[in-house]
Design a protein around this ligand. Sequence first.
Ligand code: HXC
Length: 300
Amino acid sequence: MDVSKLMYRDGLMDGERILVTGGGTGLGREMTEGFLKLGATVYICGRRQNKLDETAAELMAAHGGKVVGIACDIRDPDAIHAMVDTIWADGGALTGVVNNAAGNFISRTEDLSVNGFNAIADIVFRGTFYVTLDVGKRLIAEGKKASFLSILTTWVWTGSAFVVPSAMSKTAINSMTQSLSTEWGRYGLRFNAIAPGLFPTKGMSARLSPGGQGGNSKNDLNPMGRAGEMHELANLAVFLMGPGAEYVNGQTIAIDGAGALANGGTFYPVLQGLGDAEWDQMRAMIKGTNAKDQAQRATE
Ligand code: HXC
């Protein structure tokens, strides 16, 4: 990310302590860089300690400050509890949580197994809630304020064909955002969400447009004729997580160049015409990526 394009003064986030789930890679890493550059201490979690350590080292070398990587699979509530214990022991309460970790792949829904559904729902739907609950309980007990931000998609308003477990799970987290913004507002805990359009990342491209096919990958369908730039996402995330806009609560804000308004922002137009052979090919590519990732995790 080009940090010179951050909109804020240095030191804006001094004293903030933020957990970014899935912070080692992709959008999570970019937001982590933005928070760090502006003075926050950032805890990042993911499934690979090596990757987290590498990201933390690179970001601290570039900007100074403190990034701590803690391996944690958010599908496991006990692992979350242990991670949050570690964070609290390292300097006290968090001031913010970015629910960014996610999993997704394109598939015809009739090709999914229960395991395939759960692979996504366990991360996005259940895991996001487990993190929010564990951190939220501690903040309420200690009377501390904080900001929670969830990374969603515009499908929370429209649904989307061919990514049904993700659309269902993220819609549920949109509901969590609205529900807890009211229920926990009285504790000084606020809940907002961002619905990004296309911000290309490695994990996303491999599973949502394998081999360059797939939805949302066509910039010419976007009114602005381009994908999002990472500093644009980071600027919005800082606005919602940093000090100064605490009255913003319960909102889900799209950042997609009006892509969803113009073309629906879903996978339907691009994927609905595909036949068996094309789906077989894409499934093989996605499963290849998953297997490669699993092998990499197993060696660490
Ligand atoms: C059908 C599939 C499949 C596919 C996996 N499965 N890929 N089924 N079509 N293409 C099935 C498997 O067969 C298996 O079911 C089950 O899913 C679990 O598969 P595993 O490979 O064992 O899962 P696991 O290693 O736990 O990986 C989780 C994952 C993977 C979600 C499947 O994609 C992952 O680790 N993702 C993290 C990174 C990521 O997805 N980034 C993109 C996020 S983009 P069976 O029945 O065979 O046991 C995003 C929003 C994008 O979230 C918004 C864009 C606008």
